[in-house]
Design a protein around this ligand. Structure first.
Ligand SMILES: CC(C)(COP(=O)(O)OP(=O)(O)OC[C@H]1O[C@@H](n2cnc3c(N)ncnc32)[C@H](O)[C@@H]1OP(=O)(O)O)[C@@H](O)C(=O)NCCC(=O)NCCS
Length: 171
């Protein structure tokens, strides 16, 4: 059974391992994750999955910053061997519920332009492309800025892409 928990110090090594195994990893190290855990405006959650004879293992994590009425999603990743099992979706559903409770009106994030799985994930939740940040990443790749607006009851509002990603990328 998979369930969501707030991230703790005990999860840091597992989270860094999941992040590090990712192509185009954000490069978070243990100090950075610990730093996030100390920020009052940061929210970090993990998905744990119970295994038969072992304690629950971390399968995925999400880190976000709550800034006034905006929730900035900084990082989300799922263990490479446990993808496409709904873990990131669970985390985003949880983040959306949290956002609604907090009166958030806008969820924001940046994603690599080539990151079709992540863009697919965000689109599945109603995020749309709001802008392009040229050469945003250290290796020169563009970032796509994505947004999901919520109404005063915390319900997602339908939106449309404000920028075209690429007719070749089929995103
Ligand atoms: C993007 C990522 C977090 C998705 O995690 P996941 O746990 O596999 O995602 P889920 O199983 O919850 O998928 C939920 C939905 O997202 C979309 N999605 C997920 N992976 C996808 C893929 N490879 N291609 C297209 N859509 C995808 C689908 O709509 C999927 O629903 P479905 O499986 O019913 O079709 C994962 O691929 C990952 O860790 N990538 C590396 C880290 C990363 O790029 N993070 C984003 C930083 S901005």
């Amino acid at each position: 059974m998979a369930f969501i928990d707030p991230m703790t110090e005990d999860d840091v090594a597992a989270v860094v391992a999941i992040d590090g195994a990712t192509v185009g990893s954000s490069g978070w190290d243990e100090a950075q994750v610990r730093g996030e855990l100390t920020r009052s405006w940061a929210r970090l959650w993990v998905v744990r999955e119970e295994q038969a004879e072992l304690h629950a293992s971390v399968r995925a994590f999400l880190c976000a910053w709550l800034v006034a009425d905006e929730l900035h999603i900084l990082n989300v990743a799922t263990d490479t061997t446990h993808r496409r099992r709904g873990h990131a979706g669970r985390l985003l559903t949880h983040a959306l519920r949290f956002a609604a409770e907090q009166g958030v009106r806008m969820l924001l994030l940046e994603v690599r332009r080539s990151n079709a799985p992540a863009i697919g994930l965000y689109r599945a939740f109603g995020f749309t492309a709001m802008g392009i940040r040229a050469r945003y990443y250290g290796d020169g790749e563009d970032a796509v800025e994505m947004v999901l607006r919520l109404d005063e009851l915390g319900q997602p509002l339908p939106g449309r892409d404000e920028v075209r990603l690429s007719r070749h990328e089929n995103l």
